[in-house]
Design a protein. Structure first.
Length: 368
């Protein structure tokens, strides 16, 4: 490959990376729509950039091209996803691309929506707008994994995580924290990149966590919180309940306790009664509720028991394993070795990334 062509490819990859940086800002906050990033380039200079707005509208391309102060004629548009070409709840993005006299369009992944898949190039070519797909496709394969799976299965996308010592214990006799501040910061970022957190009463009783995002500047992206609490045992004094007036909090329950339900309502906690299945709350009905209420990226923060249930019943899509360099040995409790043995035996299980977090490590598993 010639040097000139290499330079051109590097340029397109560079601008697409900027578009993905924009898309990542919207991840977990676009409802049923994908998070899309868009940058506009003219004479090799960035003149506009945007990401999908809250709850998925307006689309990134429309926002990036909306300024009346910028002359977009003969510029290039880079979008992480193929621009839509159909009328839905908003007009097609191809319309504003044509209106602003864009010269060329580059996108990373094709839109899996049947109404738009592969149609942008055909539509834009009528106006002599050159269109190129699969630019920096490898980034899109990872970034849009959840969206493609949701489109294929018509179901929610579930991520989960565990933190362990190097010898796979999830707690010890003396310390609250197993992993370091860098791992915990990464967990807060994962929270911000999901629209909901699912936990259990057992986890709340043990950790009394708020399950919010506490990264400066990202607090407003704290996801909605859902607690599986069959018998309504979570104390009304717990942090997650006391902050329900600031972050929407829901409890799935079965046992009717009118006094407790009244108190929870006063504290702004929403309660949803779920039928039992094998003496547990019917998890498929919980999923049905989440999907119908517009929650599509669910992050599970719970212990080994609930993660075992999810793994054995094939509910987990992505799994994050944070582990420290420390060996707990005799001071360790609740070893997760059997859990990880089960996960590694799953045929389609793939270790996608390994990240060093200053004496901690993160492994991401793709399960289905």
């Amino acid at each position: 490959m010639s040097t000139a062509k290499n330079n051109i490819n590097r340029k397109h990859k560079y601008f697409m990376k900027l578009a993905y940086n924009q898309a990542s800002r919207a991840l977990g906050n676009t409802g049923e729509n994908p998070a899309v990033g868009c940058v506009i380039v003219k004479n090799n200079e960035l003149i506009s950039l945007a990401h999908t707005n809250f709850n998925g509208r307006p689309h990134a391309e429309r926002i990036a091209l909306s300024s009346k102060k910028i002359n977009f004629k003969d510029s290039s548009l880079y979008s992480t996803l193929e621009p839509c070409s159909h009328y839905g709840k908003t007009p097609p993005c191809t319309d504003i691309i044509k209106k602003q006299n864009i010269k060329s369009v580059y996108f990373s992944k094709f839109d899996p929506d049947r109404r738009s898949f592969g149609k942008a190039k055909k539509e834009l070519s009528k106006y002599n707008i050159k269109t190129f797909g699969n630019v920096y496709k490898s980034a899109g394969d990872n970034f849009y994994r959840d969206f493609y799976i949701r489109k294929r299965t018509n179901n929610i996308f579930i991520s989960s995580k565990l933190a362990t010592s190097k010898d796979l214990f999830i707690s010890d006799k003396y310390n609250k924290w197993i992993t370091n501040v860098h791992s915990r910061g990464r967990v807060h970022l994962l929270r911000a990149n999901h629209d909901s957190i699912l936990t259990t009463s057992k986890t709340i009783l043990k950790d009394n966590s708020m399950l919010n995002c506490r990264i400066d500047g990202l607090q407003k992206y704290s996801p909605k919180r859902f607690i599986i609490d069959k018998n309504l045992i979570v104390p009304v004094t717990s942090k997650i309940i006391r902050t329900a007036n600031k972050i929407k909090t829901y409890i799935f329950y079965n046992l009717i306790d009118n006094i407790k339900l009244k108190k929870l309502k006063q504290l702004k906690v929403k309660t949803i009664r779920i039928d039992l299945k094998n003496n547990h709350l019917d998890f498929d009905k919980i999923i049905f509720f989440l999907r119908n209420k517009g929650f599509y990226r669910v992050f599970v923060e719970a212990g080994i028991e609930f993660n075992n249930f999810l793994l054995e019943n094939n509910y987990i899509n992505d799994f994050y394993h944070f582990y420290s360099d420390e060996l707990f040995g005799n001071k360790g409790f609740h070893n997760a070795k059997l859990f990880f043995n089960k996960m590694n035996k799953i045929k389609q299980c793939k270790k996608e990334i390994r990240i060093n977090l200053f004496q901690d490590n993160l492994i991401k598993y793709l399960l289905k």
